[in-house]
Design a protein around this ligand. Structure first.
Ligand SMILES: [Zn+2]
Length: 133
């Protein structure tokens, strides 16, 4: 399943809209019911409006009614020369929206790494902090 998920993420990378950076990213989320939701990075001339591939995918999954415990595995891939992890904004978003121990498969075809959001982002700020107010 890991290989299929990475393949779907590379397919999604083909949908990236990245005329400014020319840095293409794809993501695929495997859900417990077998559904795979994909996302790609979508840039904008107003750079702050750009959305990363993994956020596109997780927002799409949530928009379809899926929630944290429906997410089984995540793949995030790029065409970059070096292996890349999610940016800081995506780490914050994923820390709230996917399970902490959910496998995250990173790849650029030359290198790969398996990780989790708990590994990528220790001492997370989240809902629990606001609940303590
Ligand atoms: Zn990001």
């Amino acid at each position: 399943m890991k290989e299929k998920l990475l393949e779907k993420a590379f397919e999604a990378m083909g949908n990236a809209y990245a005329p400014y950076s020319n840095y293409h990213v794809g993501s695929a989320f495997l859900l417990n019911d077998g559904t795979i939701v994909i996302g790609a990075n979508i840039e904008n001339a107003s750079f702050g409006a750009t959305n990363c591939a993994e956020r596109s995918a997780v927002y799409a999954a949530y928009s379809q009614g899926y929630r944290q415990n429906d997410i089984q595995a995540v793949a995030i891939v790029t065409d970059g020369k070096i292996l890349a992890g999610p940016c800081g904004i995506c780490r914050q978003v994923l820390s709230e929206l996917i399970p902490g121990d959910c496998p995250i498969y990173l790849s650029n075809k030359k290198e790969s790494k398996d990780t989790t959001i708990n590994e990528l982002m220790p001492f997370q700020f989240g809902k629990k902090d606001l609940d303590e107010l």
